[in-house]
Design a protein around this ligand. Structure first.
Ligand code: ADP
Ligand code: ADP
Ligand code: MG
Length: 663
């Protein structure tokens, strides 16, 4: 329903300079407010949901972001051609590009965001920290000066005290940050950080920060108007992260006290006032939670001068529409005087569903979504439907699931149920991982910081002893043994005496022979070597040899099984015929798993390599992906040049296998 019937809409026509879920989400609010919407699209998105939803759509260019959603000229042309009177940038792409904002205003159109001066002030981490220090906002102890000599940076790091964190001044998305634990690795890490920063942001300057222990990422949603007023809309906790990127966010933050919240929101408002802020913004803080949340232990990290991916948890917890507020402020209206939320009414939790392989270092995946089904019981913000594709050109986020409840536990259970009811077919996603995470004791109990996910699922954990446990759990799951048995029934395989299952884990082929020993006891022989005695205890516990194991850490996902033990293990059943074919043909070519840019080649012709050794790195979807050798051998030929753009399946290197047979 058009709520604005009878009133003048805020704008006549809004051009949405973005794609995916955020473009759809902005269009929904605009349409409800009686504003006509214009979508723009790259070729890969010609039939995307955001294009279909809008009142009109204009092509920007080829699928490469620099020729489409990052191309300011094309977007301005589309705005002119469609007769739009305002431009909403969404997040990412041009949202924090002050020159773009300025050029939109120069055309006489409204940029739905802060003034260009405010964007510029927060654009670089060094200048932003300087400004915040002057405004009396607590900042992370560190160095954020202009001088960048190695010796000076080292001396500053000594002064701050190791461990320290090196951050690119132009950073974003967690990229280029390096932790330095001790002085002897400082030069190495500085070199790596600078190279990554130069590649990703075209600027190799860095700042140095003290590494905060038990860090929690708590940010404040703020809003300013063009009449000099700034308010806060409470906080979000975004400490559930992998590799410094958020995956689960919530509002309010756990363990919040009135005193801490007052200090935090005060600091956020001061940050925004210092740059005369108008519109929606987020001030990100890092809190040292080693002694709980203390009002003298939180520090400004950065300010994002835009709508944030996780803005939805604020909307659900407070019952407001932040895009509507953005449009009102952009139209020159003052912030609501009376009905601004005074309390957080509800609890909301968001999980980000990505096309990525949690068991393979969260490597992004691409492909066609052959089935997408989301539960109707909760808010789902998405830009895709069945039949759409996740392409290598853009961020691999598929959807955000946002659950709301009267308590955190109620919201958590609703989210868990919704994740389990969600079906995505056709490509690898982090759905099973999210479901496991939302149910993990750390998340349930609120005992987590920004390192928890990386620590709990770290591949550096020693696994030698538990490998047989992982394989045994995978075997039990593939054999259907982990489902709750009928008390009388014992094993479903009771009649068939022996059972063989073959699967692959971490590029190792495993043959498991299952012997039924009794109603609650079976024996598994792995690759004709280790044998694991499996005793069923009270559900969900098992005793595997001498270890008691909670089998709820094992989840079946389509035909794969995930075992969450020290790390994320994917067990894929294999059809023995496919495997035989693969071995016969010999895998003597390493190919690009996805389109991207070759960043480095770390082998030369003649090198001997082992299976799993890194061969090259490719940058795709803002990530550096390490390409590894599938089998042992000797490098024959390097097929690409560094910095070359490669297609999916392109040959990277050829080699001879250990027996000396060429490709
Ligand atoms: P949030 O804090 O809301 O998760 P991020 O800063 O991580 O936001 O990213 C927000 C959006 O901007 C995401 O869509 C992300 O892909 C995009 N983004 C982040 N950093 C960059 C970058 N350096 N270049 C282009 N897009 C980026
Ligand atoms: P980006 O611009 O890439 O988003 P941020 O400065 O916002 O970079 O930091 C991203 C994440 O890195 C934070 O959410 C936090 O997990 C971690 N982090 C940043 N600064 C520190 C610090 N000083 N100590 C510990 N962790 C930090
Ligand atoms: Mg950040």
């Amino acid at each position: 329903m058009n709520e604005a019937v009878g009133q003048q809409p805020l704008f006549d026509k809004l051009l949405i300079a973005n794609r995916g879920e955020i473009a759809c989400r902005i269009a929904r609010s605009a349409q409800r407010l009686g504003i006509k919407t214009v979508a723009v699209y790259a070729d890969a998105d010609a039939h995307a949901l955001h294009v279909r939803m809008a009142d009109e759509a204009i092509r920007l260019g080829p699928s490469n972001p620099s020729e489409s959603y990052l191309n300011g000229d094309s977007i301005r042309r589309a705005a002119r051609q469609s007769g739009s009177d305002a431009v909403h940038p969404g997040y990412g792409f041009l949202a924090e590009n002050a020159d773009f904002a300025e050029s939109v205003e120069d055309m006489g159109l409204v940029f739905v965001g802060p003034r260009p001066t405010a964007i510029r002030a927060m654009g670089a981490k060094n200048a932003a920290k300087q400004l915040m220090e002057e405004a009396g906002v607590p900042i992370v102890p560190g160095y954020h000066g202009i001088e960048q000599e190695d010796d000076l940076l080292l001396a500053e790091s000594r002064r701050i005290g190791f461990p320290i964190l090196i951050k690119p001044v132009a950073g974003g998305g967690g990229k280029g940050m390096r932790v330095v634990w001790s002085e002897d690795e400082f030069n190495l890490m500085l070199g790596l950080a600078r190279r990554e920063a130069a590649n990703a942001f075209g600027n190799q300057d860095v700042i140095i920060e003290k590494l905060i222990s038990e860090p929690r990422h708590i940010e404040v949603q703020i809003f300013g108007d063009h009449h000099g007023r700034v308010i806060h809309l409470f906080e979000r906790d975004c400490s559930m992260q992998r590799r410094h990127q958020k995956i689960i966010e919530e509002c309010p933050a756990l363990g919040m006290t009135d005193e801490f919240r007052a200090a935090l929101t005060d600091a956020a408002i001061r940050s925004a006032q210092a740059i005369d802020y108008a519109g929606a913004g987020t001030v990100e803080f890092i809190a040292d939670s080693s002694q709980g949340l203390r009002s003298d232990r939180f520090y400004f990290m950065e300010m994002n001068t835009r709508l944030q991916v996780e803005h939805c948890v604020t909307e659900e917890a407070l019952g407001i529409d932040l895009v509507e507020w953005q449009l009102q402020i952009a139209a020159g209206l003052p912030l609501p005087q009376t009905n601004a939320p005074k309390n957080v009414q509800k609890c909301a939790i968001e999980a980000r569903l990505y096309a990525e392989d949690a068991a393979n270092n969260f490597l992004p995946s691409v492909g066609r979504i052959v089935r997408a089904r989301f539960p109707e019981s909760i808010r789902v913000d998405t830009g895709v439907e069945t039949g759409d594709s996740i392409t290598p050109y853009f961020d691999p986020m598929i959807a955000k699931l946002i659950a709301t409840g009267n308590s955190r536990e109620e919201a958590r259970q609703t989210l868990k149920k919704a994740l389990d009811e969600t079906e995505i077919g056709g490509l690898i996603t982090n759905l099973t991982f999210l479901s496991h995470l939302v149910d993990s004791e750390e998340f349930v109990g609120g005992h987590f910081d920004t390192n928890t996910v990386d620590q709990k699922y770290s591949s550096t954990c020693s696994l030698q002893n538990s490998l047989e446990i992982i394989w045994a759990l995978g075997t039990l799951a593939l054999a259907g043994q982990l489902e709750k048995p009928h008390p009388e029934m014992g094993f479903v395989l009771w009649q068939s005496h022996q059972h063989v299952i073959t699967f692959e884990h971490d590029e190792t082929r495993v043959e498991a022979i299952i012997d039924i020993m009794g109603p609650n006891h079976l024996s598994i022989k792995l690759n004709n070597k280790q044998s694991v005695q499996c005793h069923r205890l009270a559900v969900p516990y098992w005793r595997l040899n001498d270890e008691e194991i909670d089998a709820s850490n094992v989840r079946v996902d389509g035909h794969n099984v995930f075992v969450f033990l020290n790390n994320i293990h994917k067990i894929t059943p294999i059809d023995s015929r496919i495997q035989a074919q693969r071995e016969a043909s010999g895998d003597h070519i390493v190919r690009a798993p996805m389109p991207g840019i070759v960043r480095s080649i770390v082998v030369s012709a003649g090198d001997s390599i082992n299976s799993g050794d890194s061969v090259a790195t490719i940058e795709a979807m803002k990530m550096e992906v390490v390409i590894r050798a599938p089998i042992k051998g000797v490098i024959d030929k390097i097929c690409v040049e560094p910095n070359a753009q490669v297609a999916q399946g392109a040959e990277i290197v050829r080699f001879q296998d250990a027996r000396g047979e060429p490709a």
